[in-house]
Design a protein around this ligand. Sequence first.
Ligand SMILES: NC(=O)c1ccc[n+]([C@@H]2O[C@H](COP(=O)([O-])OP(=O)(O)OC[C@H]3O[C@@H](n4cnc5c(N)ncnc54)[C@H](O)[C@@H]3O)[C@@H](O)[C@H]2O)c1
Length: 269
Amino acid sequence: MTLRRFEGKVAVVLGGGADGPSRERGKIPMGNGRAIAMRLASEGARVVVVDRRLDLAKLTVDNLQGEAHAVEADLANIEDCTRIVESSLDKYGRVDVVIANAAVSSSMSAVQQTVEDWEFSNDVNVRGHWLVAQKALPQMIERGAGSFVFVGSTAGQLSSGRSLAYEATKAAQLAVMRHIAVRFGSKGIRSNAVVLGVIDSALVRREFGDSEEALAARSEIGPMRRQGRPEEVAGAAAFLASDDASYVNGHSLIVDGGVSAQWPSPRKG
Ligand SMILES: NC(=O)c1ccc[n+]([C@@H]2O[C@H](COP(=O)([O-])OP(=O)(O)OC[C@H]3O[C@@H](n4cnc5c(N)ncnc54)[C@H](O)[C@@H]3O)[C@@H](O)[C@H]2O)c1
C-alpha cells in the first residue's frame, strides 16, 4: 500500500539539497534533506526545498515525484530566514511541516574552537531553524495544526570529542525542538527530532571519504555493522511529521542503528 499521509499539505525542507559522491554510479547524490523531501513528496506533500545553493535545491525538485518549489536561502542570513516562510505562503498559501535539516560542522576541540566558527555554527544550526519556526508558527497556530521535525545528531547527546561547536549547537537544537513542543502543544503543534548516528550521506562521503576503507571503517562503528541510509532517516522523519505520530511530541527518536545503546562503544571489528 502506498502511503499518502501528506496529501494537501505543504512541507518546507531546510537544507534539501545534497552534494558529494553518489552511492551508486548514475544516481544523484543523496543526503538526509533530499531524501526527506523526496519521501514527503512521494506521500503527497507539496515541498518547498530550501538550500543555500539553488542548483542543489533544483536537483531535488527535478528528481522527486510530485509538486515542489526550489528556494535559495542561507540559514546563516537573518533576512533569508524570514523570507523562507513567505516564499511558501506566496507559492502554496500555507506551511504544515517544517523539516529543520541544514547544518554545518567543523572539527575543533575546546582548545582549537574559534569564536567565528562558534557563532557561524550557532547561526545555521540553531538561530536559522528558530527564525524559520518563528515565521511558520503563527499560521500553524491559526489553523490549529503544524509539525516540526528537527534533524539532530547523537553528537548533541554524546561527545566524540571532535567538534565543540557542532556538539553544543546540536544539543541546543534539541532545546529549541522541546520548547516549541511544550509551549505550542496546546495549539495543535507538534515538534520532534530524529537524532542520527552515522548516515551514508553525500556530505559525509565528501568530508570523510568514500574509499572502500573509509566506508568499511564507518560501518564498523555500530552493532548493525553498516551505516544508515538517508532513505531510512526519511522514513523516521516522515513518521514524526505525519498524523501517525499524532500523540508524539517533544520526542527525540534515535536513528543510529544501536550505536548509542552499545557498551563498550564503539565496538571494534
Ligand atoms: N550524515 C550523517 O552522518 C549525520 C549524522 C548526524 C546528524 N546529521 C544531520 O543531518 C543533517 C543533514 O546532514 P547530511 O549529512 O545528510 O547533509 P545533507 O546531504 O542533507 O546536506 C545538507 C544540505 O544543507 C545545505 N546547507 C548547508 N548549510 C546551509 C545553510 N547555511 N543554509 C541553507 N542550506 C544549507 C547544504 O548545501 C546541503 O545541500 C544535518 O542536520 C546533520 O547535522 C547527519
